[in-house]
Unconditional design. Sequence first.
Lengths: 137, 200
Amino acid sequence: MASNLGDLKVLVVEDSPAAAKLLQMVLAGLGIHQTFIARDGKVAQDFLDAADDLVDLIICDWKMPRMSGLELLCQVRTVYPEMPFMMVTGNADLESVRAAKKSGVDAYITKPFSARQVQSKLLALTNNMTNSIVYSD
Amino acid sequence: MFGTSQDITESKLVEVELQSAMAGDRERLIAAGMSDYTSKPLDRRRLIELVDSWRPGDTTTRETREADMFDDGTPILDSHVMDDWQAFFSEDEFIELINSQATDARSCMKSLKDAAADGDFKEVETFAHSLKSSCGSLGMRRVGSVATALERACRNDRFEEAGSLVPKIDEVVAAAMEVLEERYAEIFEAAAENNEKMAG
């Protein structure tokens, strides 16, 4: 795991080009320029299978075609149990948060998000300070 | 449920801050005797306009406010959200943000209407979800409220309700875009002038 935000290599899994663009812009604003965009969970899984060394952290949407964020999270936890995984989703209900937590999510942010929320979650993850997820709305 | 309650004018105006604004709250509270309400997170511009509108003798602002607000009091554009982005991004990036999210919102709205015309409410749900995201990123909270209701109606197979929400969401997206364009017209004009100078 990279010790500061600027060294992070982030895989953004998001089917909406606009949402992916915004996340990429926020990450760049935080000094993170090594980002990869996957349009759904399946593409992300294939990318990880081929080049998991290029990924320090995953930021993932929930609702996507082919393979959802939750399904990807379950796959990632099987193969890469230590991979930090942040869910950024429009699912703001408690049931979704619980399902993600049960599947091993490290951080959970609901859309629409702010740059500050993303930053604080990333800092918490990079500092390895989170033992449990913190819900942000 | 209520955070604070306080008399602030001689006309016994009571402002109620809610932890979360639910559809219909405004009507319910006003029916129960409240003069007005605003929801958290507080929108500075909205709060000033709202308090202004209740000054004795000031009726114009109040009429404007009534015309400007959604049924549940949700603002068209949450200026806090946009102020935060404007502070975080450079001017060029801020323009890029608005352009990318607004383009996506317009595209989603068109696809949503096409799907509704075809009676494909599974697709309508998907586009409502996307609209919630792109419009939410621009602080279009009113769109977010209607998109959430539309998404839920589709998910629960309440197609008649969903169908009735389609023209509503079209209306609020158009209204939000208009406010957005008006509010940031100067930034866009300045950027266009700069681009012309650089091209020249």
